[in-house]
Design a protein around this ligand. Sequence first.
Ligand code: SAH
Length: 247
Amino acid sequence: MKGKVFIVGAGPGRKDLLTIRALNVIREADVILYDDLIGEVVEVLKETKAKLVSVGKRKGRHKFEQEEINRMLADFAKEGKIVVRLKGGDPFVFGRGGEEMEFLAREGIDFEYVPGVTSAIAVPGAAGIPITHRNCDPAVVIITGHETKERLNWSALAKLNATIVVLMGLSNIEKICANLIEHGKDPETPVAVIEKGFSNEQRVVDGTLKEIAEKVRRMNVSPPAVIVIGKVVEIMRNVAKLREGLV
Ligand code: SAH
C-alpha cells in the first residue's frame, strides 16, 4: 500500500482553532512530524496512536535540516504510512510547505494540503485589529522580517497604501521600521506588535513606526510575535475606547 503525506496547518496555537479536516487527518496518522509553533495542539497529538517526531526549528539551531525533513516525509510515505507534516498557522505562509510539496511531487509521492488559520491574519485579529477595514488601506502585504535588505523593494513597499504584516520580524524590528521611514513611510504610522497570540501570555505593544522598536525592547517582547503596520491599528484603539465607554 502506498502512503500519503498531509501538509497540515495547525492554526495559531489553540486546539479549537484546528480545522476539522486537520483533526481528522491527525487522528488517522501513523507518523506526525511537527514544528515548534503549534502551541497546545501538541496535546492533541499526544492523544493519537501516531509516532511523533519533533522537527522544530529554532533560530540558529536546526534540529533537522529541511532536506532531512523532506527525506523523512518521503521515506515514511514509501513505507506505506499516513504521514502528517504539521506546521504552525498555514503551511504555505512562510512555512516551507511549498518546498515540501515540490519535493514530494518530484519523488512521486501522494500528498494533500490541509490549510490552517494563519497567524498573519488571526493574531492581529486576536488583538482587535481587523486586517482590512473600509476606512483603511485597500491592500495587505505579508512580509518576512528576515529579508531586511536584499529581495524586498522597500521603496515600493513604503509607498504602497497597504497594511503591512511582518512575520518573524522581532529580531529585525529596528531595521524594518528604519527602512520604511527611510523610504518615505510616515514615522507616525500606527504599529502594533502582538506577542504570543491566542495564549494566556498574549501581549500587545501599541505605538508608532518611529518608536515601536524601542518600546518592544523595553517591554522584553519575545517571539513569536506579529507586527502590524498601518491605520487598522487605530481600529483596535477605537474599539478598546468604545468598550471602556470612553467615547
Ligand atoms: N505558517 C505560519 C507562519 C510561520 S513563520 C502561519 O501561517 O502562521 C513564524 C512566525 O509566525 C513567527 O515568527 C510569528 O511572526 C508568527 N506567529 C506564529 N504563531 C504566532 C502566535 N501565536 N503569536 C504571534 N505570532 C505568531
